[in-house]
Design a protein around this ligand. Structure first.
Ligand SMILES: NC(=O)c1ccc[n+]([C@@H]2O[C@H](COP(=O)([O-])OP(=O)(O)OC[C@H]3O[C@@H](n4cnc5c(N)ncnc54)[C@H](OP(=O)(O)O)[C@@H]3O)[C@@H](O)[C@H]2O)c1
Length: 280
């Protein structure tokens, strides 16, 4: 029988590799580990870039990453809010930048600034998102474009920007989808399409970059207590959630961190929804 080590394969970038399993034995842990005084394995600090990191779920992700000792770049359209959030994080050298993910030149400029001032990106989280909920017949074209450009195109642009930095060192990406991207919801046709698109994008990109030691996963939250859901009629919504309450941003952040730090998970969708998917 042909030994596994004699196999060759070519990745999406045209590079040829031998012995993928042997290579994987070192690649599975893309990020170097160090050992603490009591001999526990500790992940070394990485540069984490969080789009939509100023408020809500992205803010909770930024806080958790900073608590774990990572340096965080917080980005949102509102520079002041991004800077206030960055300044509130534990640890030093966090940065708050302005960036509209729906604008290619903004995303390009952000990554130029990041690479000049902070170095190589290890983690990328795409939490920037908007909703313009309406029945399709009542949806305005400009709102449809805003939702698609922010939620779907925006994540594509930021992933492309981060990959340029990650290709040589590996990395991990988590996109934020939604349970309605999986299940659909009346009144959210455009929003759910943007989130369903993210699922296909995440799986395809995971295939494209796996050989470069870059993992790409999707967290799909249900109803989470943030500005985005502030206007919802809570009692009605809660009745549909099997676990009986809205989720907290920190609960989504834990799932994001889990996927960022799990060296053998890629192309995965993780619902964080209190069981809402069971009821839709
Ligand atoms: N909350 C939920 O129940 C829920 C459920 C499922 C999925 N999600 C998804 O989770 C993600 C975070 O939602 P959230 O509830 O935390 O919302 P949020 O509290 O409204 O926060 C949204 C964040 O995205 C930023 N943002 C919006 N548009 C942007 C743009 N064009 N460019 C850059 N940053 C932008 C906002 O800052 P600026 O306004 O300053 O730009 C803010 O930091 C979104 O993708 C959302 O679709 C949320």
């Amino acid at each position: 029988m042909r030994s596994l080590s004699s196999y060759k394969f070519t990745d999406a970038f045209g590079s040829t590799y031998r012995a993928p399993r042997a290579v994987h034995s070192t690649w599975r842990h893309p990020f170097k580990f160090t050992f603490s005084d009591n001999n526990e394995r500790v992940m070394m600090s990485r540069l984490a870039v969080v789009f939509g990191g100023s408020r809500g779920i992205g803010r909770a992700v930024s806080q958790l990453l900073a608590q774990r000792g990572h340096r965080v770049v917080v980005l949102s359209r509102n520079k002041e809010t991004a800077q206030v959030t960055a300044a509130s994080l534990p640890g030093e050298k966090h940065l708050g930048l302005s960036c509209d993910v729906s604008k290619e030149e903004d995303v390009q400029r952000a990554f130029e600034t990041i690479s000049k001032t902070c170095g190589t990106v290890g983690y990328l989280v795409n939490a920037a998102g908007i909703n313009r909920d309406a029945l399709l017949l009542r949806s305005k074209s400009e709102d449809m474009l805003s939702v698609l450009h922010t939620n779907l195109l925006g994540s594509m642009l930021t992933c492309r920007g981060a990959l340029r930095s990650m290709l040589s060192h590996g990395g991990a990406i988590v996109n934020i989808g939604s349970v309605v991207g999986v299940k659909g919801n009346s009144g959210q046709c455009v929003y759910s399409a943007s989130k369903a698109g993210l699922e296909g994008f995440t799986r395809s990109l995971a295939k494209e970059v796996a050989t470069r030691n870059i993992r790409v996963n999707l967290v799909a939250p249900g109803l989470i207590r943030t500005d985005m859901t502030a206007g919802l009629e809570k009692e009605d919504a809660v009745r549909r959630i099997p676990l009986g309450c809205f989720g907290e941003p920190a609960e989504v952040a834990h799932a994001v961190l889990f996927l960022l730090e799990s060296p053998y998970i890629t192309g995965q969708l993780l619902l964080v929804d209190g069981g809402l998917q069971l009821a839709l």
